[in-house]
Design a protein around this ligand. Structure first.
Ligand code: FDA
Length: 395
């Protein structure tokens, strides 16, 4: 006798992350019988480690312009109908204390576990069934029904939601399953790549790599896109929020510029020369930077001797270089360190209202699996909530 059971539902959601749980809770509370399946032993693992354990659960400024996608308009509908304020209201309803850290980024005062509990409580309210800890053996579609096979369960439903995220941080159980499934059902994929990820520098930038641990407030630039935030040197290259942000725009072979002096005027080195003509450039730079960075930058600028003997023109040129220091990263630290995956299921094949496939009725894709990737700062969870809500309302 087989110990595998067979069950029918109104919808099966693959992936118990932020997007999948939100979608299941909404659909369940609308009276749908929903099954959520995840191969992990517990739900919401990425939520638990997010925001340093406090989950940066939204950004009050979340709008479509803060997301990268081949179709920059795609996110507008869902983000406009389920907003950051809607999620804040839910957080308040669950009496979770929160604070704004900076730049509209909202964090739990206490723990990211509270956000997972919120989602599980909302799922329980909708009588959602959650099946964890088993690999998905097969997914098929026939006679307008989707069938998902696990070792001990075969489930079938007229609707299937792909919410298994992207492949960033594989050691946490992240996979590219969503993309395989999407291809199986003839949805196209925008080439995925690691994003919000530290960048690596080559041997010729060893001086900077030797600054490992040094951090400074700077503006990272790629083309016309700029982010001002902490910039961190690592033993492999560059990191910190400004670099993570710009990494989503950067492609191999391209240059980025770093403005180490966002608040200094073009003549500040000339003023420093007037104030202390007998000192060297490194001493002037040390008023603006951590000591080790000042030493490295002075070495790179190669203007030895007393400031009095350095012509103003050269000091202006040094300032110009410090204001847009060119780096050509050799690569990134890859999916092992990437907070998100850029690209994914092409939005052309999906309805922006419902997240349903335009070609295959009953098939939905939400969250990070879709080609909508937010900036650093709570935007990616907001996309998980908004897209999950949009599908949950349509199921
Ligand atoms: P998510 O990846 O969360 O969930 C997918 C689920 O599918 C997982 O539970 C996984 O186990 C399951 N799954 C995968 N493959 C499967 C398979 N083959 N079979 C069955 N199940 C499978 N964002 C933000 O807004 N604020 C923040 O503070 C942070 N912080 C942060 C820190 C770190 C370290 C990382 C890696 C990421 C963040 N993020 C973030 C990004 C955020 O975590 C991410 O965008 C969302 O979790 C995406 O939610 P999803 O539900 O789409 O995927």
């Amino acid at each position: 006798m087989s110990n595998s059971s067979f069950k029918t539902y109104d919808a099966i959601v693959l992936g118990a992350g932020g997007a999948g749980l939100m979608c299941a809770a909404i659909a369940g509370q609308r009276g749908k019988r929903v099954l959520v399946i995840d191969h992990a032993s517990k739900p919401g693992k990425k939520i638990l480690i997010s925001g340093g354990g406090r989950c940066n659960f939204t950004n009050i400024d979340a709008r479509a312009e803060c997301y990268l996608s081949q179709n920059r308009h795609f996110g507008k509908s869902a983000l406009g109908r389920y907003t950051a304020q809607d999620f804040i209201d839910l957080v308040n309803k669950h009496k979770i204390a929160w604070h704004e850290k900076e730049l509209g980024q909202l964090f739990c005062d206490d723990s990211a576990r509270q956000i997972v509990k919120l989602l599980l409580d909302e799922c329980a309210k909708g009588d959602v069934t959650i099946q964890l800890g088993q690999p998905i053996r097969d997914v098929s579609h026939s006679d307008a029904r989707y069938t998902v096979t696990l070792d001990t369960l075969t489930a079938t439903a007229p609707a299937l939601v792909i919410a298994t995220g992207g492949p960033s941080i594989p050691k946490m159980g992240a996979t590219d399953f969503a993309f395989h499934l999407a291809r199986q059902f003839e949805l196209k994929i925008v080439e995925p790549r690691p994003a919000l990820v530290p960048l690596t520098l080559g041997e010729d930038e060893l001086l900077f790599r030797n600054l490992s641990g040094v951090s400074t407030d700077a503006v990272a630039r790629h083309g016309k896109t700029k982010f001002r935030a902490g910039t961190l040197f690592t033993h492999k290259g560059l990191s910190g929020p400004s670099i993570l942000q710009i990494s989503s725009y950067w492609r191999k072979g391209e240059q980025i510029g770093i403005n180490f002096l966002p608040d200094h005027s073009a003549d500040w080195l000339i003023d420093a020369k007037k104030a202390a003509p007998r000192s060297g450039l490194k001493t002037a730079l040390a008023t603006a930077f951590p000591d080790r960075l000042a030493t490295a930058l002075a070495e790179k600028l190669a203007l030895p001797g007393e400031m009095a003997n350095i012509p103003d023109k050269k000091l202006r040129a040094a300032h110009a270089r410090l204001s847009d220091w060119p780096f050509t990263p050799t690569g990134s630290e890859g999916y092992a360190k990437a907070e998100v995956t850029l690209g994914g299921i092409n939005t052309n094949g999906l309805s922006s209202q419902t997240m349903e496939s335009k070609h295959l009725p009953g098939l939905y894709a939400i969250g990070e699996a879709v080609d909508v990737t937010g900036w650093l700062g709570g935007y990616n969870f907001q996309w998980a909530w908004s897209s999950g809500w949009a599908a949950g309302m349509a199921l």
